[in-house]
Design a protein around this ligand. Structure first.
Ligand SMILES: C[S@@+](CC[C@H](N)C(=O)[O-])C[C@H]1O[C@@H](n2cnc3c(N)ncnc32)[C@H](O)[C@@H]1O
Length: 245
């Protein structure tokens, strides 16, 4: 089932506030690592899935891409993206990726930052991406790490009486599927899959894995946001770059 939680107004306002903070997990951890794996984009055709407010799609235009399309299920996101970024060769479209028709072998670079864990059928998603990519094309995506998604609906960590984390909880890892949790609002739906499912699905669809990053905070990031230190103990994100062979 597709959930469009970013069009829930309470969720969207809180999400925007979170992203507006300079020292958030996106700016300190996920994006700095994600950006190291972006290929050369001169004259390339790009699709950004779950483009959100469009910042990455616009950056691809600035990197010399021939045409960039950002798609997102959320009307709020697409309206914001259109209001912030205008280029002749940049298109934003409100669509669920599941419903999008993408011509075969038409795209050089498909990116997606922190959106795939909202999509129920990972196998169909990757199959469609593989068909859409040109030979030698690149898929780069980040997701919430399987270690973090496994236990979502349950206890996150065991703390002592002063709030220090003694242990992170890891349970139900092998039980893939829907996790419904409170994140900003109640009943946010995401999907857990194991590391082997994520990687084997790429392999089974003709995508050669080139690099995997489980981001760790730098000293500078820790100085800006001390609580991010816990990312040295277990990863929150998984970033994968793969090539269509
Ligand atoms: C965490 S936000 C990330 C936004 C953006 N990629 C960024 O990093 O700033 C996840 C985005 O995925 C979008 N999304 C969720 N399910 C989707 C689907 N089935 N098809 C397209 N977009 C989807 C959401 O609306 C949201 O904008």
């Amino acid at each position: 089932m597709k959930q469009n939680i970013y069009d829930n107004n309470e969720f969207f306002q809180q999400y925007k506030a979170l992203r507006a903070r300079e020292n958030n997990y996106n700016n300190l951890l996920e994006q700095p690592n994600f950006l190291t794996l972006v290929p050369a984009l001169k004259d390339k055709v790009v699709l950004d899935i779950g483009c959100g407010m469009g910042g990455f799609a616009a950056a691809c235009v600035n990197q010399g891409a021939r045409h960039v399309t950002g798609i997102d299920i959320s009307a709020n996101m697409i309206a914001t993206a259109k209001s912030l970024h205008t280029y002749e060769n940049l298109t934003f479209e409100q669509a669920a990726f599941e419903d999008l028709i993408v011509p075969t072998a038409s795209i050089d670079f498909i990116s997606s930052s922190l959106a795939f864990h909202y999509i129920a059928d990972f196998s169909q998603l990757i199959k469609k991406i593989s068909v859409a990519l040109r030979s030698d094309g690149i898929l780069l995506f980040s997701i919430e790490h399987p270690i973090a998604t496994s236990n979502k609906a349950n206890e996150y960590s065991i703390t002592d009486e002063t709030g220090n984390i003694l242990h992170f909880a890891l349970d139900n890892y092998q039980n893939e599927g829907l996790r419904t949790q409170h994140w900003l609002v109640d009943n946010v739906m995401t999907y857990h899959r194991t590391m082997s499912t994520v990687l084997n699905t790429l392999i089974d669809n003709g995508l050669k894995i080139e690099k995997i990053i489980e981001p760790m905070p730098t000293d500078e990031a820790i100085a800006k946001l001390p609580s991010i230190q816990k990312e040295l103990r277990r990863p929150s994100f998984l970033i994968v770059r793969a090539r269509k062979v």
